[in-house]
Design a protein around this ligand. Structure first.
Ligand code: SF4
Length: 268
């Protein structure tokens, strides 16, 4: 990330807690965040001021807060430093709220899986009290009651399943967790939502159709199809047929604008 938009903020009082901040559970081990006793800290992989590159708020300048830790292991995860190899520093909620530039009316809390954090409502509540529009980006496998303006849900299709080289236990754990229709239904009923699907092959739309048929009704304009890829060429190759799928179903196409602007660069 370059220039003024890309200046990565840092905590004013970072607190490192070593590697023991997640409880071990299941095939992945580190999936359940443990926060400080006072509940005023979260482990954060990065913060940055950029342009929202995906979804209904495409192009909107936004401050991003990326929590670390995820309960899934997508093969193509573009932030492996929050999932396969989680890293980050501990921030207080006050420091995170203060880090958002005054010009950034929109704040995106992303991950990793931010809804794993049991104190997330304290962060998003404080951000909204400070006048920010808050989007939460989630895979939709965890329900939590949190203040926010938009729940941006990206249910994971089978194209996210880990390769055989990752091991049978990881593959099975991911496949078991990646879709939870009950959680998705609760999120859809509770929040203003958009559903954003990462699409790799034309056949992926069959899974999307099956899922949509089993969820509460969602306006097609709130369903977005996005090409898989972290390189402009890969996204461009998929764009035409994904656009055709959108036209056939009334869904929205979303590019990955941040890739166009900055490439596959961390902190953008
Ligand atoms: S849900 Fe998101 S952060 Fe977690 S592994 Fe998948 S792509 Fe990565």
């Amino acid at each position: 990330m370059l220039g003024a938009l890309g200046e990565r903020a840092g905590p004013s009082r970072p607190t490192r807690r070593g590697s023991g901040f997640f409880r071990r559970r299941g095939a992945f081990g580190n999936v359940a965040p443990v926060y400080s006793r006072s509940g005023d800290r979260l482990r954060i992989a990065e913060t940055f001021h950029s342009i929202q590159g995906e979804g209904g708020l495409l192009g909107v300048p936004s401050f991003f807060i990326r929590t670390t830790g995820c309960n899934l292991r997508c093969e193509w995860c573009d932030t492996p430093y929050t999932s396969w190899e989680p890293e980050g520093e501990w921030w207080t909620i006050d420091d995170l709220v203060a880090a958002a530039p005054p010009a950034a009316r929109h704040v995106v809390v992303t991950g990793g899986e931010p809804l794993l954090w049991t104190n997330l409502s304290r962060l998003t509540g404080a951000l909204r009290a400070a006048g920010r529009h808050v989007t939460i980006e989630t895979a939709g496998t965890v329900f939590r009651s949190v203040p926010c303006d938009l729940m941006s849900i990206s249910p994971k299709l089978s194209n996210s399943d880990p390769s055989a080289a990752r091991g049978a236990a990881v593959r099975a754990d991911h496949a078991r967790k990646r879709l939870d229709r009950d959680v998705l239904a609760r999120l859809l009923e509770r929040y203003a939502c958009q559903l954003k699907f990462v699409v790799a092959e034309p056949g992926d739309v069959v899974e999307i159709d099956e899922l949509m048929a089993r969820l509460p009704p969602v306006a097609p304009a709130s369903v977005l199809l996005m090409p898989l890829g972290t390189e402009r060429a890969a996204i461009a190759r998929r764009a035409p047929w994904i656009a055709d799928l959108c036209k056939a179903r009334g869904y929205r196409y979303t590019p990955r604008l941040h890739i166009d602007l900055y490439g596959d660069t961390r902190g953008t």
